[in-house]
Design a protein around this ligand. Structure first.
Ligand SMILES: Nc1nc2c(ncn2[C@@H]2O[C@H](COP(=O)(O)OP(=O)(O)OP(=O)(O)O)[C@@H](O)[C@H]2O)c(=O)[nH]1
Ligand SMILES: [Mg+2]
Ligand SMILES: [Zn+2]
Length: 309
């Protein structure tokens, strides 16, 4: 008998599927499905709705037969050297980047690559600047500046400390009833934020390394946490980079929302905003309408560069 369910955890070879009766079963992929999308490192991702068949001889294992069409998904390049692509999660209402400016430092280039992916895959994005309790006065000024850059570009930004219940209360109401993915560098506080938002979640958390000020990759597999009021948060392993894939060069500019309207005034309608004469985007950067940092990120993504932490 064929049943449908939602993939809530993937460990590479096994998938936890939440069935219609709210029972969780262990599923595996059938050979055919594995081959269909061979340049994907994972054909099934957390958040996927799947059709599965219970294995006859076992009480609670199943085979995944089909992945149902996705509302959306978010893909990144698995790592710098590999051409494989990884689906991080599917069927999202919101993607949240947990970005700490210190311990570890999150670069603007990393944030911008995340935002380009969200634009390209039509997923609403929110930037949560975490660990504000670690910032001194100067740090708070830097944060305000960075926040200004993204708010001006049209993005939703929030800042606070994942350790402080007061500062996460607003986030809790924003998340209610939605399926949300949290992403960011290892140690930025994704699991801490989840635990503080929903104390029942019980996600594993670990202090960052004292030597490198970087996280220890505590969360090792993406996992969807089923929370009250139909809220679902997908906690994901920390990543170093958000390799932009499946975005043709001449479309990258469209995924910078603040470029879109301005670029209508570029002299050439295929303007890539690099060295062309009469480029309205470059002009907007010069007069401060578009932030220099965002423009540099654009050029860097256009050159196919990756971010190194
Ligand atoms: N001071 C401070 N520490 C925080 C904050 N948020 C998280 N931390 C600490 O940062 C460390 C790493 O937090 P995690 O929640 O494990 O980070 P993560 O993003 O889930 O990391 P990975 O699972 O490795 O990707 C823990 O020691 C947390 O207590 C914060 O807002 N302020
Ligand atoms: Mg974690
Ligand atoms: Zn231009």
């Amino acid at each position: 008998m064929e049943l449908t369910g939602t993939v809530i955890k993937s460990t590479g070879s096994w998938y936890q599927i939440l069935g219609a009766d709210d029972k969780v079963i262990q599923g595996r992929i059938r050979g055919k499905l594995r081959l269909e999308d061979s340049d994907m490192s994972n054909p099934v991702a957390v958040g996927d709705k799947v059709v599965y068949e219970l294995d006859l001889n076992y009480a609670d294992t199943a085979s995944i037969v089909t992945v149902l069409p996705r509302k959306n998904h978010i893909i990144r390049k698995s790592n710098k050297l590999s051409s494989k692509r990884q689906v991080i999660a599917a069927n999202l209402d919101l993607a949240v980047m947990v970005a700490s400016l210190v311990s570890p430092r999150t670069s603007l280039g990393f944030i911008d690559r995340f935002l380009v992916c969200c634009e390209a895959f039509h997923i609403p994005a929110l930037l949560y600047f975490n660990k504000t309790d670690l910032l001194n006065e100067n740090g708070m000024e830097v944060l305000a500046e960075i926040r200004g850059i993204y708010e001006k570009a049209g993005y939703d930004c929030m800042a606070g400390s994942a350790l402080d219940s007061g500062s996460v209360a607003e986030l809790r109401s924003r998340f209610e009833g939605k399926t949300i993915m949290e992403t960011g560098h290892s140690g930025a506080g994704k699991s801490t934020l989840l635990n503080n938002l929903f104390p029942g979640a019980n996600a594993r958390v670990m202090a960052i390394s004292e030597h490198h000020e970087k996280g220890k990759h505590t969360t090792t597999f993406a996992e969807m946490h089923l929370l009250p009021n139909n809220t679902r948060i997908i906690d994901t392993p920390g990543i170093r980079d958000f390799g932009v894939v499946d975005v043709p060069e001449n479309e990258i500019g469209q995924y910078f929302p603040e470029f879109r309207k301005v670029s209508l005034s570029c002299k050439f309608n295929d303007c890539q905003h690099t060295n062309e004469p009469g480029c309205a985007v470059k002009e907007a950067v010069e007069n401060g309408e578009i932030s220099e940092e965002r423009y540099y990120s654009y050029l860097s993504i256009l050159r196919g560069e990756d971010v190194f932490q």
